[in-house]
Design a protein around this ligand. Structure first.
Ligand SMILES: [Cu+2]
Ligand SMILES: [Zn+2]
Length: 184
């Protein structure tokens, strides 16, 4: 298991995010397969750890924080991919975008969007990023159709270029440059 289940700080984090909806009935998972919080290392195309992603589920969906360094400055596509495997340098092992509803890519695509589609993230001039994006389209709870804990797991991916939010299948966002396994 690469992702760590951090039960002790769960209540604190939910409180900070204001998403206390699940606070009363959330349980620390016995199986480790379904949870309210995930932390996972982010690796680059050389397999070097460059940061970390944190996913927290509250009543308005899942909040994803990505904190990393050593990335090219500018806007980058950011998605949940369909398989929980990050094999550098190309990360093709992660498959396409998480898409259990069989749509096309992009928020601006009339035939869209993938449930794994997310807003672009901005890397600063010094190559660091500390971004928070939210999505109501996925869940960390196992057994749901939109759960990232499906049979083959899921990963988070940063791309070389910005996502145009409309070009199928990946928003013309270019190479995959960093990957984190968020469910195995
Ligand atoms: Cu992607
Ligand atoms: Zn997509």
């Amino acid at each position: 298991m690469k992702q760590k289940v951090v039960g002790a700080v769960l209540i604190t984090v939910l409180f900070i995010l204001g998403g206390c909806g699940k606070g009363s009935n959330s349980k620390i998972p016995v199986s480790g397969k379904s949870t309210d919080m995930i932390e996972a290392p982010l690796i680059n195309t050389e397999g070097t750890e460059i940061g970390e992603v944190t996913l927290t589920e509250g009543k308005n969906g899942v909040t994803i924080r990505v904190a990393a360094e050593g990335l090219p400055p500018g806007e980058h596509g950011f998605h949940i991919h369909e398989k929980g495997e990050c094999i550098p340098p190309k990360f093709e092992s992660a498959g396409g975008h998480f898409n259990p509803t069989h749509k096309e890519h992009g928020f601006d695509n009339p035939k869209g969007f993938h449930l794994g589609d997310l807003p672009n993230i901005e890397v600063a001039e010094d190559g660091t990023v500390d971004a928070i994006v939210s999505t109501a389209n996925v869940t960390l709870q196992q057994g749901e159709e939109n759960s990232i804990f499906d049979e083959d797991g899921s990963s988070l991916m940063i791309h070389a270029k910005a996502d145009d939010y409309k070009t199928d299948p990946a928003g013309n966002s270019g190479d995959r440059i960093a990957c984190a396994v968020i469910a195995e």
